[in-house]
Design a protein around this ligand. Structure first.
Ligand code: ADQ
Length: 736
């Protein structure tokens, strides 16, 4: 039976240690509530840090925590040390990712020590979760603390579905690119089958970073990444609507809160509820409220701002300073505008219960929620849901994810105090009909797209996400004595081996010149050709001069320039086709026009082709120009013997008769072979694979779609396989 594993930094239950022993408390918050019903009823396990550092617990306590979490809460404790928490959570998560993803670029710290801790702790999560994973399982990973985990799981497990949801914004490329470890985080995320964000803006930002930094395009939000497809989509998180809408006011609320509420009945109440964080825009909000009081004196003694702020990241300097700044601003407003009978701002620095919150929400005419950046902001949704009388109104910043769903609210720029002040006035004075209409729309949406719907929609999309996976063969499967390939090699008496050069015999190098053959490769090829039963053919897109310079001293046949030139060992080069290059006169000017219009693009001319490269160009412009150029080329080449190839960041027009298939044919036609083998890594090698006779053995290096019979991971693997061939040659000779 397949199960679902949730993984998040914190568990839905928080463990704490006091003099009286260990205490277990349910964690509140959207995620815990959203997944609660799944977790209670389904075959699920939730893995995460329990909230207390492992070095604060004795061995006995540690195992008691692990047992209790497992038995009573279906949770797996991921033990973290104080040092982990300091460097990974307070460090990389909250000093690097959090400020950067919320556009606070000057607050970002780049410390390799915390980055190392982030990798180490992601690995700890992997090590903790791995023993639970079985084929067919679903693993749903949450949030910015665990962005490397999807790929760690993907590398080890083939038949699992991995989902990832980011609860904070994904910033635009111009911001994201500032991160030193930007590629690593993207690669970590792309290990998932489904990557979810709150809004389409974040989806766009993510796709654009993937394209610009990793060069992967998406097709309808699907990215082919290594061996699988990663799908990307928006799933705006909802709330437990029924709880907020249906809980009777005051039933479970504290007496203190109800008394407070009673004392405010003669005022218009504005409420704001946040976790203490610099992204929430609290100082600007107070300043804007001050501006409101200055601008609209008619509201003096009639209105009150209740700031309810939950302590968060206590003890961290930045947060302590923020609290101090808030306190000073509150005193400033109260000092300037307060009277003996009226205090305009009330500041509560505490976590209040959900039932108290509902009572506060219902007592408030306006919710003022003006984060400078917020992934979603659930408070806005909770407020609307609680006000079932439809008489509340929100003033909300456009930079909160929730703004894209709650367009009926009064939307403002959180830096614009003037706009917030008039927004407050507008919300307070909005005609009741208008207000109720707007609320009705918002209620409809929130009641349908609640948190349960959100979780179901994510999981259903994950389960339906593309499953195709390309499996690479473990090398030892091909090199084992019993493999079909080895048996065929062993028993053959006239073999031909076609070997592509770049990407196959040597790995990719930063410049083409650095790919010259190393000693080990030369020796390997020499050993292969030492067997008189072998014809070794190097078949490459390289020009004949380079090919001869690098490999001409070996006993190999060289097919260069994709099959245009052929050279037998020790012989002269032969041109295999009569080229007529008149067509270039038509094509070149068209490509030149596009090169002028697309900065960074360039033309490369070969004997038999002209190519337009756009790897260095700005992807958006290049994408458009590429389509236009391709269309123009297609139409002019219709009546010519040339073809248009759409390659990796290159459009090439070439004589369609020249390809590696043609080159392979020439060699194959020169004799009878009882073992035909070919290895290659890119699209041009597919022509060669297609030209091989039935019963041939072909190996693709890499993970793209192929007609080859086998796949291997890298040029090291192919070298090992060829090395094994030379050993077999040796064994066969000795036995004869
Ligand atoms: P948060 O930054 O924590 O979450 P938010 O979405 O507003 O922000 O959720 C806060 C939750 O805490 C709400 O359920 C709220 O009721 C509660 N809360 C806030 N102040 C409180 C207080 N003083 N007392 C008690 N409860 C309080 C992150 C992202 C958000 C994203 C969520 C969910 O930063 O952008 O919406 O995850 O994905």
């Amino acid at each position: 039976m397949s199960k679902t594993i949730f993984v998040s930094n914190r568990l839905p239950v928080t463990v704490s240690k006091s003099d009286s022993g260990l205490d277990y408390k349910e964690s509140i918050g959207g995620l815990a509530t959203g997944l609660k019903s799944y977790h209670e009823q389904g075959d699920t396990i939730w893995a995460g840090w329990p909230g207390v550092a492992q070095d604060q617990l004795s061995e006995e306590e540690l195992s008691s925590v692990a047992d209790t979490l497992k038995k009573d809460y279906k949770c797996l404790a991921v033990p973290l040390t104080e040092e982990d928490i300091e460097m990974y959570y307070h460090g990389f998560c909250n000093e690097t990712i959090w400020p950067l993803f919320h556009y606070f670029t000057s607050a970002v710290e780049y410390r390799s020590k915390t980055w190392e801790a982030y990798q180490r702790v992601n690995r700890k999560f992997f090590d903790a979760v791995a023993p639970l994973i079985e084929d067919g399982d679903t693993i749903w990973i949450h949030d910015y603390q665990l962005m490397l985990l999807p790929q760690m799981i993907r590398e080890k497990y083939n038949d699992v579905k991995i989902g990832f949801f980011l609860h904070i914004p994904f910033p635009s490329f111009e911001i994201y690119r500032l991160l030193i470890w930007r590629k690593e985080l993207l690669q970590g995320l792309l290990g998932a089958n489904l990557i979810g964000f709150h809004t389409y803006d974040y989806v766009r930002h993510f796709l654009s970073s993937v394209r610009r930094l990793l060069g992967h395009e998406h097709n309808l939000y699907k990215i082919q990444f290594e061996t699988h497809i990663a799908q990307v989509d928006a799933f705006p998180m909802g709330i437990d609507y029924d709880y907020f809408a249906k809980t009777p006011t005051g039933e479970k609320a504290s007496q203190e809160s109800m008394d407070f509420i009673e004392s405010t009945k003669n005022l218009r109440n504005i409420i704001s509820v946040d976790r203490l964080d610099y992204t929430k825009g609290i100082p600007d909000r107070i300043k804007a409220f001050k501006h409101f009081l200055a601008k609209y004196p008619e509201y003096h003694e009639k209105v009150r701002l209740n700031l309810i702020i939950a302590p968060s990241r206590v003890g961290i300097e930045k947060y302590d300073n923020l609290k101090r700044e808030i306190e000073e601003l509150v005193s400033e407003v109260n000092g300037e505008y307060g009277t003996f009978s009226w205090m305009p701002v009330w500041f509560f620095f505490r976590t209040v219960s959900q039932d108290d919150l509902i009572a506060f929400y219902r007592n408030s005419d306006v919710l003022l929620v003006t984060p400078l950046r917020d992934g979603m902001n659930l408070v806005a949704k909770e407020y609307i849901a609680s006000r079932t009388d439809l008489k509340g109104m929100i003033v909300m910043s456009e930079t909160a994810g929730a703004a894209s769903e709650l367009g009926e609210a009064v939307i403002v720029n959180p830096n614009d105090h003037e706009a917030i002040a008039s927004g407050i006035k507008m919300a307070l004075e909005m005609p009741e009909d208008d207000k109720m209409d707007r609320n009705r729309n918002m209620h409809r949406r929130l009641s349908r797209y609640n948190v349960k719907f959100w979780a179901e929609e994510f999981l259903n999309t994950l389960w339906a996400a593309p499953q195709e996976r390309i499996h690479t063969e473990p090398l030892n499967k091909l090199t084992s004595g019993s493999s079909e390939l080895e048996q065929a090699y062993r028993s053959a008496s006239n073999r031909v081996l076609f070997l592509d050069y770049d990407g196959t015999l040597v790995g990719f190098k930063p410049t083409p010149d650095q790919a010259r053959p190393d000693k080990e490769l030369k020796l390997l090829l020499a050993n292969l050709t030492a067997d008189p039963k072998n014809t070794v053919v190097i078949i490459t897109g390289r020009d004949r001069f380079t090919a001869e310079k690098w490999l001409g001293d070996l006993d190999v046949t060289i097919v260069a320039a994709h099959g245009l030139w052929l050279r037998k060992p020790g012989s002269e080069w032969v041109m295999t086709l009569n080229m007529d290059n008149e067509w270039k006169e038509t094509i070149r000017p068209i490509m030149e026009t596009y090169t002028d219009r697309t900065p960074g693009s360039l033309i490369e001319e070969k004997d038999y082709s002209i190519a337009w490269h756009y790897r260095q160009s700005e992807p958006e412009i290049a994408g458009l120009k590429r389509n236009e150029l391709k269309e123009a080329l297609m139409s002019v080449t219709q009546s010519m013997t040339v073809g248009v190839l759409d390659g990796n960041k290159v459009i090439e027009v070439k004589d369609s008769r020249v390809n590696k298939g043609h080159g392979a044919h020439l060699v194959l036609n020169q004799g009878e072979h009882d073992f035909v083998f070919a290895a290659g890594d890119d699209r041009t090698d597919e022509d060669m694979f297609a030209a091989l006779p039935e019963g041939s053995y072909s190996v693709k290096i890499g993970k793209e779609v192929t007609a080859a019979k086998y796949r291997l991971k890298s040029s090291n693997d192919i070298r090992a396989l060829l090395g094994r061939f030379t050993e077999v040659s040796g064994e066969v000779t000795t036995n004869q």
